[in-house]
Design a protein around this ligand. Structure first.
Ligand SMILES: [Zn+2]
Length: 797
C-alpha cells in the first residue's frame, strides 16, 4: 500500500488524538504527487469566528482608532496618489501592510463601511494587472537587481486571499495565478537578495493557499525557487533584523510540506532557530526579543525593545506553526505575545502606536537616544500616528487581533474542531450535514474558566479538542457536568461524542502565581499568573505633545518610583476586583487582576540622562531600604513597566550606578571618537567623525583599577583596543570584546586645561589621528607621545 505523507499525518492525528500533539508530528516521506503535505490543523474560512467580550472590544477600538481611520492621515493610503492603484506612481509596503490588517478587521467587525472600503481598494488594485501577470507600481518591475522586487507584494497577496475567502470574489484566484506565474518565470536575482530573500515563508504560504484551490503544478517549482534561492533559515541566523527573524524563521517548516527526504530536519530547524533566538535575545518575559531594530550580541537586557511589526509577525508565525505542526506550544507562544506585549504597543485608546515595546521601560518620549541604548537611532517610544517616523509598524500592526480572532478555532483533519487560542467568541461551521455553533464564554486570560455551549441543528459526532496551555498542569474538563480526563499542558485534550443541542463543556485552567528566574539576565525574576505576566504598576503621566483629536501624540512619564527589587523567596499575592470584566481590561484602570508583592527600593538603579532605564545588575542586589508592598499589574495593561525585576536583599551584591556615556572630542579636528559604519564587530575600525548623535559616538569610561580605564562603546558594547595588540606607531585602534587583553586598558593623562592624553597600557603610546587628518572617518591610531594636537582629547559637556 502506498502511504502518502498526507495520509500518514491524518492517521497519526487520529491515533494520537486522545493524548497529545506535543512534540513534532511523525512525518516521513512525501507523496510522489506534487501536493504539499497537509497541516495538522486547518484554518476555518475567514468569517467563521465572531469575537465577543474583550476581544470584540479590541477590534472595535482598532476600527475606531489608528488602523480603521489611518487613511485619514497616512499619505501612503490615499487612493488618488497610491502606486498600487496608479502604477505610474511609486508604492512600497505601506498600503499592503495596512490592507492585510484592515481586510480581516473589516470582516471580523462586519463593518459595512470598512468592507466597502476594502472592495474599493481591491477593485482598483485588481484593475492594474498587466498581460504578464504583474500588477501595482510599475517601478517595482525593475527595482531589485534590474528585475522585480517581490517583497511588498507578499503582504498584499495575503490581503487578497482573506478578501476572497470572505467574499468568494471570482477574480482573485485567477489574478493570483497570473501573478505567481509571473513570479515563477523570474530568475535567481528576484529571489536571493534584499528583504524578500529572508521573508519567503510568506510566499510559500500564498503558493500553498493557491495550490489548495487550483492544484497547479507550477506552484511546486515556484516554492522550490523560493526555498533554493531564498535565505537559508536552517543554520545560523541569516539576518539580525527582528522582523525578518519573526517572519522568516518558520520557512524551513513550511518548505518541509513540499519537500522530499528528511523533512523532519527542516521542521526541527524552525524549532531550533526559535529556541536559539529566544535564548540569546529573549531572556525576559512577554514572548519577544531584544530587536530594536537588529539584535546585537551583548544587548539582551529587558530594556531592549521588540518592534511592533515583530510582535504581530511573530504572532502570525506562531499561529501558522500551531496549524502546521499541531503542537500547542506555538499557541502558548502566540498568547504570550497577544496578551502581554501587543496591547502595550498601543496607547489605551488605540489611536496611537509606538515602535518598540520593552519588558522594562520607565519613560516613553519622542527623543532620539544617542548612547547606543537601542540599536536603531531614531526616536521610537512615544505614542504617535507615526506615518513617516514609524512608517512600517502603524501600517502593519492591524493584523494582530483580527488574525488572532481567525485562529481561535481550527478544524481537525478528522472532521472536528480545536480550540487553539482562548477568548470570548463564537464559531460557526458545518460538520457532516449539520450546522454547528460553539459559543465560548470566558474572561480568559483574566479568568481561568472557559465555558462552551454547543448548538447543533441535528445530533452530530465529531471530536472537540481543547488546548491545555503549558503553564497548566491540572486542567479540569467536564461535559454536561461529567468529568473528562485531560492531561497536563502543553497538550490538546479531546472529547469525542455525538453532540446534541445545548451540550455544555467546561474547561477550567487553574492559574497559579509562579516566578521565573532569568539566569541569562543576572538572575532577574519575573512574575506570572497563568498566561499573564505581571509588571510593576507605575503611575503614568500622559503628556499630549501634538497631533489631532483623532490622532493624538503622547509622551508617557513615570509619576511614581520604579526602581524596586523583589524580596527573594516571597510570593506575590493575587487580588481580584469583583464584578464583570471591563470592556478593555488592558489598562491600569481596567484590569481586574493585580498582585501584591514585597519589594525594596534600589536607589542606585536609575535611568540614564536620556530617560532610559539602566541595565540590570546581578541579583540579589544590595538594598538596605525597608520592605514595601508594591502593586503588579498585567504587562499588557502597563504602558510603563518593570517586568524583569532584580531581587533585593540587605546582604546582596552592591549595585554600581551606571557610569554616563560621553563623547570624546579631538582637539585638532574637533571631531569625536566613533566606530566606522557603526559596526558592532570585533576589530571594527575606530575613527573620528562629526558629532552627529549616533550611538557609536558614545563611550563609557569604566574604572579598571590603579588609575586605568576601559573605554566601552555604546553601540557595540565593545572596548577601545589596538589591532593585534600591536606596540607599533600608527597601529590601528579598533574595538574588541572584553577578553582581558592589556591593550584594552588606557590611562587618562590630564593636561590641566580639560584636555587629556589617552595612553595605552600595553604599548605606552597615546591615542591620535592618522596623519593628523581632520577628515570624517580618518583612522584613529596609537603613536609615540610627541606633543601634537591630535593627541589631545576631552569630554565635551
Ligand atoms: Zn515596524
Amino acid at each position: 500500500m502506498t502511504v502518502t505523507r498526507r495520509g500518514v499525518l491524518q492517521a497519526a492525528t487520529v491515533v494520537s488524538a486522545a493524548t497529545a500533539f506535543g512534540g513534532l508530528p511523525a512525518v516521513t516521506a512525501r507523496a510522489a504527487a506534487a501536493a504539499p503535505a497537509a497541516d495538522a490543523l486547518t484554518r476555518l474560512p475567514v468569517g467563521s469566528i465572531t469575537a465577543h467580550g474583550w476581544l470584540a472590544e479590541q477590534l472595535k477600538i482598532q476600527l475606531a482608532g489608528l488602523c480603521g481611520r489611518y487613511a485619514e492621515t497616512s499619505h501612503f493610503l490615499v487612493m488618488d496618489t497610491c502606486g498600487w492603484v496608479h502604477p505610474e506612481l511609486g508604492g512600497w509596503e505601506e498600503l499592503p501592510y495596512w490592507l492585510r490588517g484592515f481586510v480581516p478587521l473589516a470582516i471580523a467587525t462586519r463593518d459595512a463601511d470598512a468592507l466597502a472600503t476594502c472592495e474599493r481598494w481591491i477593485d482598483a488594485i485588481l484593475a492594474t494587472q498587466e498581460a504578464d501577470g504583474f500588477f501595482g507600481p510599475r517601478a517595482l518591475r525593475t527595482s531589485l537587481n534590474g528585475g522585480p522586487d517581490f517583497w511588498p507584494f507578499l503582504p498584499l497577496l495575503m490581503a487578497l486571499r482573506t478578501y476572497q475567502e470572505y467574499t468568494h470574489d471570482e477574480r482573485i484566484v485567477p489574478f493570483l495565478t497570473r501573478f505567481l506565474t509571473f513570479m515563477e518565470a523570474q530568475d535567481k536575482g528576484a529571489f536571493d537578495s534584499s528583504w524578500v530573500s529572508v521573508r519567503w515563508g510568506d510566499g510559500i504560504d500564498t503558493a500553498r493557499w493557491l495550490y489548495e484551490r487550483t492544484g497547479d503544478a507550477f506552484l511546486d517549482s515556484l516554492v522550490d525557487k523560493m526555498h533554493r534561492y531564498g535565505a537559508d533559515w536552517t543554520g545560523d541566523l541569516p539576518t539580525p533584523h527582528n522582523v525578518n527573524i519573526a517572519q522568516g524563521f518558520r520557512e524551513p517548516a513550511q518548505y518541509a510540506q513540499w519537500a522530499d527526504g528528511d523533512t523532519d530536519a527542516l521542521v526541527r530547524a524552525t524549532y531550533r532557530t526559535y529556541e536559539q533566538v529566544l535564548r540569546d535575545y529573549g531572556q525576559f518575559p512577554g514572548g519577544g526579543i531584544a530587536g530594536d531594530e537588529n539584535v546585537r550580541p551583548g544587548f539582551g537586557d529587558p530594556r531592549q525593545g521588540f518592534e511592533t511589526c515583530g510582535i504581530v509577525e511573530f504572532m502570525a508565525s506562531h499561529e501558522l506553526l500551531t496549524r502546521l505542526t499541531g503542537d500547542p506550544v506555538w499557541a502558548d507562544r502566540c498568547e504570550d505575545l497577544a496578551f502581554n506585549m501587543l496591547p502595550a504597543a498601543l496607547d489605551p485608546q488605540g489611536r496611537a502606536i509606538h515602535y518598540v515595546t520593552s519588558a522594562n521601560s520607565v519613560d516613553l518620549d519622542n527623543s532620539r537616544k544617542t548612547e547606543g541604548q537601542f540599536q536603531n537611532g531614531f526616536a521610537m517610544q512615544s505614542y504617535l500616528p507615526g506615518v513617516d517616523q514609524y512608517r512600517c509598524c502603524p501600517h502593519n500592526y492591524g493584523m494582530g487581533w483580527p488574525y488572532f480572532t481567525e485562529e481561535l478555532w481550527l478544524a481537525t483533519p478528522d472532521g472536528g474542531l480545536a480550540a487553539a487560542l482562548y477568548a470570548p467568541s463564537e464559531v460557526k461551521t458545518r460538520i457532516g450535514n449539520a450546522t454547528v455553533t460553539v459559543r465560548e464564554e470566558t474572561d480568559y486570560p483574566f479568568d481561568e474558566t472557559v465555558t462552551l455551549t454547543v448548538s447543533v441543528d441535528k445530533p452530530v459526532a465529531f471530536p472537540l479538542r481543547l488546548r491545555v496551555p503549558g503553564w497548566c498542569d491540572k486542567p479540569r474538563l467536564a461535559v454536561n457536568g461529567r468529568t473528562v480526563k485531560a492531561g497536563s499542558g502543553p497538550v490538546f485534550a479531546e472529547v469525542r461524542r455525538t453532540w446534541k443541542d445545548g451540550d455544555k463543556v467546561t474547561l477550567r485552567l487553574p492559574q497559579r502565581t509562579t516566578l521565573r528566574t532569568w539566569s541569562g539576565n543576572h538572575d532577574s525574576v519575573s512574575v506570572d499568573h497563568g498566561p499573564l505576566t505581571y509588571s510593576l504598576k507605575i503611575a503614568e503621566k500622559y503628556v499630549r505633545t501634538g497631533g489631532s483629536g483623532t490622532f493624538p501624540e503622547y509622551d508617557v512619564h513615570a509619576a511614581s518610583a520604579w526602581n524596586y527589587g523583589l524580596v527573594p523567596g516571597s510570593s506575590p499575592e493575587l487580588r481580584r476586583r469583583p464584578g464583570p470584566l471591563p470592556a478593555n481590561p488592558f489598562t491600569l484602570d481596567g484590569t481586574p487582576l493585580t498582585l501584591a508583592a514585597r519589594a525594596r527600593r534600589l536607589p542606585e538603579w536609575i535611568a540614564d540622562d536620556e530617560h532610559v532605564v539602566a541595565p540590570l545588575q546581578p541579583s540579589p542586589a544590595r538594598s538596605r531600604a525597608g520592605v514595601e508592598t508594591v502593586t503588579l499589574v498585567p504587562m499588557g495593561a502597563a504602558r510603563l513597566r518593570i517586568t524583569s525585576f532584580p531581587t533585593a536583599a540587605p546582604d546582596g551584591h552592591p549595585w554600581t550606578p551606571e557610569p554616563p556615556y560621553r563623547r570624546i572630542e579631538n582637539k585638532h579636528s574637533g571631531k569625536v571618537l566613533a566606530v566606522d559604519s557603526m559596526s558592532t564587530a570585533d576589530d571594527a575600525r575606530v575613527v573620528q567623525f562629526d558629532n552627529s548623535g549616533t550611538g557609536d559616538h558614545a563611550w563609557q569610561l569604566l574604572d579598571a583599577g590603579s588609575g586605568r580605564l576601559r573605554i566601552r562603546n555604546g553601540q557595540s558594547g565593545k572596548f577601545l583596543a589596538v589591532e593585534g595588540s600591536s606596540t607599533a606607531d600608527s597601529a590601528r585602534v579598533v574595538q574588541f570584546e572584553d577578553n582581558g587583553r592589556p591593550d584594552l586598558l588606557w590611562t587618562r593623562v590630564e593636561q590641566g586645561d580639560g584636555w587629556f592624553l589617552l595612553r595605552n597600557e600595553h604599548s605606552g603610546k597615546v591615542l591620535g589621528v592618522d596623519g593628523m587628518s581632520t577628515n570624517n572617518s580618518a583612522q584613529v591610531v596609537q603613536f609615540a607621545d610627541n606633543g601634537t594636537e591630535d593627541h589631545l582629547w576631552r569630554l565635551p559637556s
